[in-house]
Design a protein around this ligand. Sequence first.
Ligand SMILES: Nc1ncnc2c1ncn2[C@@H]1O[C@H](COP(=O)(O)OP(=O)(O)OP(=O)(O)O)[C@@H](O)[C@H]1O
Ligand SMILES: [Mg+2]
Length: 337
Amino acid sequence: MTVLLDIRQLRIAFDTPQGVLHAVNDLSYTVTEGETLGIVGESGSGKTVQALAIAGLLPSPPARIVSGQILFRGRDLLAMDERQLRAVRGAEIGFVFQDPMTALNPVLTIGRQMTEGLRHHEGLGTSAARQRATELLEIVGIPDPRGRLDQYPHQFSGGMRQRVMIAIGVACNPRLLIADEATTALDVTVQAQVLDLVADLKKRWGTTVIWITHDMGVVARIADTVQVMYGGRIMERGPAEAIFHDPRSAYTWGLLRALPLAGAGTARRLYQIPGQPPRMTAPTPGDPFAPRNPFATRRCHQEVPPLRDAEASVPGHQVAAWYDLRAIRRAAGEAIA
Ligand SMILES: Nc1ncnc2c1ncn2[C@@H]1O[C@H](COP(=O)(O)OP(=O)(O)OP(=O)(O)O)[C@@H](O)[C@H]1O
Ligand SMILES: [Mg+2]
């Protein structure tokens, strides 16, 4: 298994009028070639900030990389200059950002925006680039793709724009596709189509994918590995199967209980994790989830738990917790797989 992306001890802060905001704290993880990593967590957990750091698109100031490395195929993206980064961005790493209306330029046709990367990175001529752009729009399921190339973003529906963003993200056949809330604004039918499309692209090109979302249901559909973030830290990470069937973090467990059960209809009220998300300018000393965790021990409030192996028999399942969720659930009489 080849490691494609290796993030080491990444810390990102923002200098704000309220003080230093610690958005990403000691983040370390790897993504291997061909893997689909789902990154989940509530709003403000640092999902987008880390994606922007990988893209080299953090606004600084106010953003500051305090420490760390982002190794892509062994080369540190944080040490690259803008020209080197531009060669990686789009060509080797494709991005689909959170808001297609701001990511797309309103005064340029879709065709122009799609062919730019193809001409720049792939060295295609104008007509070859248009041909390729047409094919890509077709792949993402846009009817009359040739005619659509000459239209502007506002002439596309939200779902269509999202498809265009995905087409641009994969245009240069990147090794790694990073999609940030790419389906959040879409209705469930279109969402399902986009997820099928990504599965298709993986099959076609073997693309490695990082899929960022706050929606556990989406992650359940596509991720091999799930990484649960809170307060800019990894709370738990592991094979999707382990995360969904044997979560070890109280935060993961809360997110899973917040999922509507298939077939349960609308009668079942969604479980909401009680309490407020952490104040990132004034982090509490211990486990960031401790103030909202009914099972928190004294140690949870005092010391940040390190990410450690959750289970010797499940390689890659890691959790950051001082308490033993399994024992707690057993004691509560829950049947645990
Ligand atoms: N430009 C900025 N200036 C100051 N703080 C910022 C800036 N961008 C992000 N932050 C802060 O960094 C933290 C992480 O934000 P981020 O956008 O990564 O969250 P997220 O997990 O992507 O949330 P969402 O699910 O809402 O997209 C938040 O506390 C946010 O307020
Ligand atoms: Mg975000």
